[in-house]
Each structure stands twice: as structure tokens, then as C-alpha cells.
Design a binder for this molecule. Structure first.
Ligand SMILES: C[S@@+](CC[C@H](N)C(=O)[O-])C[C@H]1O[C@@H](n2cnc3c(N)ncnc32)[C@H](O)[C@@H]1O
Length: 295
């Protein structure tokens, strides 16, 4: 096959490479001309990988063989330098999905931390969207920015504001708000002002007491409907010819996701569609008669 220097099958200088040993242990490196990676398995010259195949096998000077691939965003998040607690990859996927983060969206995020969630949001909004992050602690910025820039080539659509998101959000017409802050209920009035009608709030919190306080505060505010809370349990499986069983280890708990949709407050009287003789004294349908989701 005719392979050029820009061939996407080959590692380039500056690429991240994920090295995997025979015990499935993982090591992540950024490739640079002339550099050497050292570990207990020996030395590996970066130049062996640069220009070499992604998905290829490479031998250290102690004759250990390592598989080298590109890390996914989830791989990167697991390996990246951390300050504050990150959001685990199992939750990142559900956050993007349940908050319905779409290309071109304007997203306000509360809490930068180590930048894992910000990177996932930037990927999902793409080059036509924006992420505006409110972070109260300036000291987390350098590490978070380095992490984000290692996986997002162009961060010109990321704005980081040093500030307390509980004190309000200056943006208006925001499509989505995603929070990873300890007391999200304090941010609700500002979020309701900032979100577009039908816009979605998603909040990640580690304890169920925080979930309850958040949900009660959303109900009290009255400008949010369709409030739902859930957690993600992800169990991987060990599959060989002789045995098929769940893996012994899993991340049993990370946190809870709560979503809510910005709506008009519920009217105290009957709403327009309820007015009329045919709906006046309709009993609630029994559970079995409720419309079923299509298969
Ligand atoms: C758990 S960390 C966020 C981790 C991040 N989601 C990640 O994936 O790397 C929480 C962050 O929220 C910030 N924070 C806490 N209270 C805040 C507030 N009121 N306004 C803005 N940021 C806040 C903290 O300084 C911290 O950096």
C-alpha cells in the first residue's frame, strides 16, 4: 500500500498513543521525535511508532511487545492528569445523550475541574457550537486547559469565566446547561433565566441527598418540567472459550444524573386543552391502558 506521511493509518509526531501490554495494562504517551518512553517493560523509542501503524505491535528493548492504538476520549479521560474528581466515561456518554447536546448548541457548563466533561461537550457541539464554562477556582485552569487541548484541536469556541455559577448566568438563549458543582440547587434561578424555552438542564451529583434537594428546588422554582433522575451501572464481561461471566470489578458508584426541561410554569387553573365537556370528568386510565412505546 502506498503510505504517505499524512496517512491516517500511521502515527504522527504530537499524536497520543495508548500502549497496551499483555496483561491489558495501559500507558498513554504523546509522541515526539527523538523521545524515549521508559517503564518497567523497558524502553521504547517514540521514533519506532512515528510513521508506524496505528494498531501495530512494538517491541521494547527488553523484548516486551506492546500494542499501540489511538486513545478514545474515554481512554484519555481515564489516563489524564487529574485535579478535582472527573466525570467517568460511563457518565460522559449518558450526559451528552440525555442533555441532548447537539452540533451547533450553546452550552453553559458549571465547574471545569480537570476538563473531562468540557472536552466531551466541545466534541458534541462541534465547531459551530459554543461551551461557556463557569469555574470558581482559578487554580484548576492550567491543568484542565492542557487536558482539553490534548484532545480538542481547536478550543476557540470554549470560553472559561472565573465566577460563581450560583450567582447567575449572564448568557441568554442558552440551549443546554450542564452542571458538575456541589450545590446545583443554588444555580436554578439563574439557569431558568438563561435557558431557551425547551432547553435542558442536566446536573451530575455524587449523592442521592443532593439529588433530592435539587429536584425539590426545581419543583419549587416552577419553571422546569419533566424532571428525571437516574444512575448508570456499567458492567463489563469476561468472554473466553471456556468461560463467559461478568468481570469481577466495576465502578459501582460514580454519581446521579438529573435532567429537567425549561417550560412555562404549570397554570394553577385548567389549561386550554382541558376545557370542554368531553374532558371534564375523565378518570385516569389504568396503567395497562397507557400508550405503549413503539418497539
Ligand atoms: C467535581 S469538579 C468538576 C469536574 C469536571 N466535570 C471534570 O469532568 O473534570 C467541580 C468543579 O466545580 C467547581 N465549582 C464548585 N462550586 C462552583 C461554583 N459555585 N461555581 C463555579 N464552579 C464551581 C470546583 O472548583 C471544581 O473545579
Amino acid at each position: 500500500m502506498n503510505q504517505t506521511k499524512t496517512d491516517k493509518n500511521l502515527f504522527q509526531p504530537g499524536d497520543l498513543a495508548l500502549l497496551i501490554d499483555r496483561k491489558a495494562r495501559r500507558y498513554m504517551i504523546t509522541l515526539a521525535d527523538g523521545e524515549t518512553y521508559h517503564c518497567h517493560l523497558g524502553r521504547l523509542e517514540h521514533d519506532q511508532l512515528i510513521g508506524g501503524s496505528i494498531g501495530g505491535w512494538y517491541r521494547t528493548d527488553k523484548s516486551h511487545v506492546l500494542l499501540a492504538v489511538r486513545p478514545t476520549l474515554g481512554d484519555f479521560v481515564r489516563q489524564m492528569p487529574r485535579g478535582p474528581q472527573i466525570i467517568y466515561p460511563k457518565d460522559l456518554g449518558n450526559i451528552v445523550n440525555l442533555a441532548d447536546i447537539f452540533p451547533g448548541a450553546t452550552v453553559v457548563e458549571g465547574g471545569l475541574g480537570s476538563g473531562a466533561l468540557t472536552a466531551a461537550l466541545l466534541r458534541a457541539v462541534g465547531s459551530t457550537g459554543r461551551v461557556i464554562n463557569y469555574e470558581i477556582d482559578e487554580t484548576v485552569l492550567p491543568k484542565a486547559k492542557r487536558n482539553i487541548e490534548r484532545v480538542i484541536p481547536d478550543v476557540s469556541n470554549l470560553e472559561i469565566k472565573i465566577g460563581n455559577i450560583y450567582e447567575g448566568i449572564s448568557e441568554r438563549g442558552v440551549d443546554r446547561v450542564v452542571l458538575d458543582v456541589p450545590e446545583p440547587w443554588h444555580a436554578i434561578p439563574g439557569i431558568a433565566d438563561a435557558l431557551t424555552m425547551g432547553g435542558i438542564l442536566l446536573s451530575f451529583v455524587p449523592t442521592i441527598l443532593q439529588v433530592q434537594r435539587l429536584v425539590l428546588a426545581l419543583q419549587e422554582d416552577g419553571r422546569f418540567q419533566m424532571v428525571e433522575s437516574l444512575e448508570t451501572l456499567l458492567r463489563t464481561w469476561h468472554v473466553t472459550e471456556r468461560s463467559v461471566r461478568p468481570d469481577h470489578r466495576m465502578v459501582a458508584h460514580s454519581g446521579f444524573l438529573t435532567t429537567a426541561v425549561r417550560c412555562e410554569p404549570r397554570p394553577s387553573g385548567r389549561v386550554r386543552s382541558e376545557i370542554g365537556p368531553e374532558t371534564e370528568s375523565q378518570p385516569e386510565p389504568p396503567e395497562d391502558d397507557l400508550p405503549q412505546e413503539p418497539e
